[in-house]
Design a protein around this ligand. Structure first.
Ligand SMILES: [Zn+2]
Length: 272
């Protein structure tokens, strides 16, 4: 599932090439991904529009249009955008595409069909409920040690579950929660309010480090995710689903457990 680094990579790819391009025509082959409009409304409201800036908030992509509308996308399990010449063959599971005036197409593809697309009227983005519920951005300046301390305080939920809660911290999913806890040397099953100040400091650092490293590698390399240019990412997880199954630091076997229904990986020796 694309998490913050993958969504950020797609965001940067779109931001590099999309602003200023006009939509000539829109085709919808499966309208089920369109959550607030019927396919014909989506088409007519998007045709003729010029793309503005592209932003990310948590795992949401926000594609601004110059007329004030916003195209909001949540990729969920397998959603993704590509930008390619119109003559490139359409891949299976491409649910809609926008023909741009310069002969390229912006395509939305999603084999598992869990992705969400909204086309919001001008002004609607400010009060769009899913965005209002999101916690702080972990790479922002406001995500300080005291911010993380207060997010964990008074909660006896397991620390990994708090990290996965988008209303606490935005953008972290199953992979990067495991990676950040590994770097922080904290077991994922620890109650959130049991972390000592030094551990919280390490956890904040671990979260930022792992997200920055993955963004630098254009996201994780796995089959369901690719960048706007069609290439995969290069980030290889340290413990989560690691091929070696051994801790890169102490060579102890990585443990796999189920936590809240999610596969969870950690080193029983390094993480306490
Ligand atoms: Zn270890």
């Amino acid at each position: 599932m694309p998490e913050l680094p993958e969504v950020e990579t797609i965001c940067r790819g779109l931001q590099e090439s999309l602003p200023g391009r006009r939509v000539k025509h829109v085709e919808v082959s499966w309208g089920g991904c369109l959550k607030n409009l019927a396919a014909d409304q989506f088409q007519s409201r998007l045709e003729g529009c010029v793309f503005g800036g592209v932003r990310r908030r948590g795992k949401y992509l926000l594609l601004q249009l110059e007329d004030g509308q916003t195209l909001v996308a949540h990729l969920r399990m397998t959603g993704g955008f590509s930008l390619c010449p119109a003559e490139e063959p359409l891949r299976l599971h491409t649910h809609w595409w926008a023909e741009l005036e310069d002969g390229h197409q912006l395509r939305f593809r999603d084999p598992r069909k869990f992705g969400l697309i909204y086309l919001l009227a001008p002004g609607q983005i400010e009060s769009f409920p899913p965005l209002g519920k999101l916690g702080p951005e972990p790479l922002s300046a406001s995500f300080t040690v005291s911010c993380l301390t207060s997010l964990l305080a008074g909660s006896n939920r397991r620390v990994k579950e708090v990290l996965l809660d988008q209303s606490k911290v935005a953008g972290i999913g199953n992979i990067y929660a495991d990676e950040a806890l590994y770097l922080a040397k904290v077991q994922p099953t620890r109650p959130a309010d049991s972390l000592r100040p030094a551990e919280i400091k390490r956890l904040r650092r671990g979260i930022r480090l792992v997200l920055e490293n993955s963004i630098r590698s254009q996201g994780r390399s796995f089959s369901d995710y690719c960048q706007v240019n069609g290439r995969q990412g290069d980030y290889a997880p340290l413990v989560h689903d690691a091929d070696s199954a051994y801790c890169p630091s102490c060579s102890c076997a990585i443990e796999k457990i189920r936590l809240g229904g999610r596969g969870t990986y950690y080193c029983p020796r390094c993480q306490r």
